[in-house]
Design a protein around this ligand. Structure first.
Ligand code: GLU
Length: 441
């Protein structure tokens, strides 16, 4: 059965880059009728925070990306110990004692000699006595997985055929000196024991994949299908890594971005298929195809989310916004009609309250100098509120007769005087809601 997972580390809020990973894994599972696991990669006790675990779940729930199972790596340490023992028994795991400074020096020397900075495996030559002495002096060592120095090949769901020479990669550290398991091993154990069949993640993990394939094979697991999506850049192709902090999902939610707008964009951005606004995740899942994604960096512009949000709201049924309309103070008997007047003239739900305020309290009028006299004359012809569906037609007809103005020169100054804006809903439909005309002074 198809099983995927989204595996964030709870060390911060998740952002649009994480969402891409989450969504792709989610859609693969849903499309196949499989299982989607939320796996919390919290092996680092110092940086992992419960606050972020909660926030990750809230963010995914907001988007409707529901998980079938939740797992935490901190609950699974026994399995990681067992895997480490197995690797030790097989002679694929060795203890090293170099300090970060020593390792750095080794790397610099190699680079100076024009060699790739690959760990030289000096620790493999240590005798038991030497290790005991180092342990006494420096404390427990860190443990590295001994790679088989062959080529590691896989067919990547996005990148195609990949072949990496294991000799060009350092033996990965899987346990730190303080005993902390690193994600690299934990992930392999989890993916194997949880039956994960497909792993989609960012292309920054390609080298990890190479080493993890060897670990999975050593531990007797089945290698899942790997796919590495490209990383997001800003609209100009600039790196997003520093700005991702400002593109947290909770900030987008706060700014009024609609979940389906965000999901519709992220499900297609970087693929050869056009972005299409969808109203349900099932619809998105149906049209999702990871083969259509390219390896080139994907440009993301947060501003693209607002027109999509506006369009989505414009197409939304009243029931989906009834609560927002009610909390804006629109009386229940007018709520549905109110919605149909404003729905195509909002960018986010926050604008709902703005329209209600405008209708109740009037807008600051915008009157161009050359229209001042005209507007004053026109307003003297406008009856008092309440208005109805005929008010606009009758009024503008009377104004036309009195002033001789017509077309845009007639309608636009009146719209701007009444609503303070040059765009907006049909004025005949606006009038019955408008209770205050500030331009009357
Ligand atoms: N915790 C890892 C990360 O956030 C997971 C990577 C993976 O999907 O294997 O980068």
């Amino acid at each position: 059965m198809t099983t995927t997972r989204f595996a964030p580390s709870p060390t911060g809020y998740i952002h649009v880059g994480n969402l891409r990973t989450a969504l792709m894994n989610y859609l693969i599972a849903r499309k196949a009728g499989g299982t989607f696991i939320l796996r919390i990669d919290d092996t680092d006790p110092e940086r992992s925070k419960q606050e972020y675990v909660d926030a990750i779940q809230q963010d995914l729930e907001w988007l409707g990306l529901t998980w079938d199972k939740i797992e935490r790596q901190s609950d699974r340490l026994d399995s990681y110990h067992a895997a480490a023992d197995k690797l030790r028994e097989m002679g694929r795991f060795y203890e090293c004692f170099e300090t970060p400074v020593e390792l750095d020096l080794k790397r610099k020397k190699q680079l100076n000699m024009g060699k790739p900075p690959v760990y030289d495996r000096a620790a493999l030559a240590l005798s038991d006595d030497e290790k005991a002495a180092l342990r006494a002096e420096r404390g427990n060592g860190h443990w590295r997985f001994k790679l088989d120095q062959t080529r590691i090949n896989w067919t990547d769901g996005v990148l195609g055929d990949i072949s990496i020479d294991a000799a060009s990669v350092s033996d990965p550290v899987l346990i730190r000196g303080d005993g902390q398991f690193l994600y690299t091993l934990a992930s392999v154990v989890d993916d194997t024991e949880m039956g994960v069949t497909h792993v989609v993640r960012g292309s920054d993990h390609v080298t990890n994949t190479a080493t993890q394939i060897q670990m999975i094979e050593a531990l007797g697991g089945t290698v899942p299908t790997f796919a590495h999506h490209s990383l997001l850049t800003g609209p100009q192709g600039e790196s997003l890594s520093k700005r991702l902090g400002t593109l947290a999902l909770r900030d987008l939610r706060e700014a009024g971005v609609e979940p389906m707008a965000l999901l519709s964009l992220m499900a297609r951005l970087g693929s050869s298929q056009p972005v299409e606004l969808r109203h349900s995740i099932d619809d998105i899942a149906e049209g999702f195809d990871i083969d259509q994604f390219g390896s080139a960096p994907t440009k993301f512009d947060v501003n693209d989310l607002y027109p999509l949000t506006g369009r989505l709201l414009g197409e939304m049924d009243f029931t989906a916004v009834a609560d927002d309309v009610a909390s804006a103070g629109v009386p229940t008997d007018q709520a549905e009609a109110f919605w149909s007047v404003i729905r195509e003239n909002i960018t986010t739900r926050k604008d709902i309250a703005g329209w209600q305020d405008l209708f109740e309290n009037g807008a600051e009028p915008v009157i161009d100098d050359e229209d001042k006299e005209f507007v004053t004359q026109a307003l003297s012809l406008l009856p008092d509120a309440p208005f109805d569906g005929d008010t606009w037609g009758n009024w503008t007809k009377a104004v036309k007769e009195a002033t001789g103005r017509k077309g845009r020169g007639l309608f636009m100054p009146l719209r701007k005087a009444l609503t303070g804006q040059s765009h907006g809903p049909d004025m005949s439909a606006v009038m019955p809601f408008l209770k205050t005309i500030k331009a009357r002074g």
